[in-house]
Design a protein around this ligand. Structure first.
Ligand code: DX5
Ligand code: ZN
Length: 221
């Protein structure tokens, strides 16, 4: 089980200190939300941010590309030091090629699905992915509310992966993860939990991460 704080919700005026704080609190995954102003309305950060984080921190840099035609930028993020690059199925007609490209850099590949995207076709790319990112809100903004229907989707995805002998693919959930929702997401089959406002929106990040971990522990089937 992994909590991956999303730096989208961090204070950009003291960026490095913010990341340092959550790493010191025990998180070894940092989730980097890249938005291009086209796939989603906002523009956030480019590969230079990953490069800067890589120079300073050893943690796993989990890059979530909310970018149209991600194959255009995968090499820049891989060269910058990303450990995981996740692309959206909806963002390219060539998702198989994009995943192959990520893998060609020897790093982990993730496939992201928006809340309205069906799971069908997963079997055609499941041998190319290390993680499946199930969006539990529509991408584009931090601080949104977890969409309850995604619980069944997580369960369904887990079952399909296990049936296809790809049970080692980890399910990551992203959006609206907090003390109220993290347990349900775990029970449905998620193993990596992105948390933006539930970590950086709290004054005491260490306490916030501790509380999320306790909520995970408490969630037993
Ligand atoms: C949404 C991003 C998320 C976001 C999560 O498009 O992909 O990673 O930062 O933020 P919270 O946890 O506040 O919903
Ligand atoms: Zn994200």
């Amino acid at each position: 089980m992994q909590i991956a704080p999303s730096i989208l919700s961090a204070d950009f005026g003291k960026f490095a200190a913010e990341v340092e704080e959550v790493i010191e609190a025990g998180c070894d995954w940092i989730h980097v939300d890249v938005m291009d102003g086209q796939f989603v309305p906002n523009i956030t950060m480019g590969h230079q941010v990953v490069e800067a984080l890589r120079k300073r921190f050893d943690c796993t840099l989990d890059v979530h590309l909310m970018v149209t035609e991600p194959e255009r930028v995968i090499s820049a993020f891989a060269d910058a030091g990303a450990d995981v690059i996740t692309v959206h199925k909806e963002a390219t007609p060539h998702v198989h090629r994009a995943l192959e490209l990520v893998r060609s850099y020897g790093i982990q590949a993730g496939l992201a699905l928006n809340p309205g995207t069906v799971l069908d076709g997963l079997e055609y790319v499941d041998d190319l992915i290390d993680l499946l990112l199930i969006m539990t809100v529509n991408p584009g903004f931090g601080g949104q509310t977890f969409i309850p229907a995604t619980r069944n989707k997580i369960r369904d995805a887990r079952a399909r992966l296990v049936k296809a002998n790809r049970g080692n693919v980890r399910i990551e959930v992203d959006g609206g993860i907090n003390l109220q929702t993290i347990g349900d997401a775990k029970l449905a089959g998620a193993e990596i939990f992105v948390a933006g406002s539930a970590v950086f929106g709290e004054p005491d990040r260490k306490a916030a991460i501790g509380a999320l971990l306790r909520a995970l522990d408490a969630a037993q089937a």
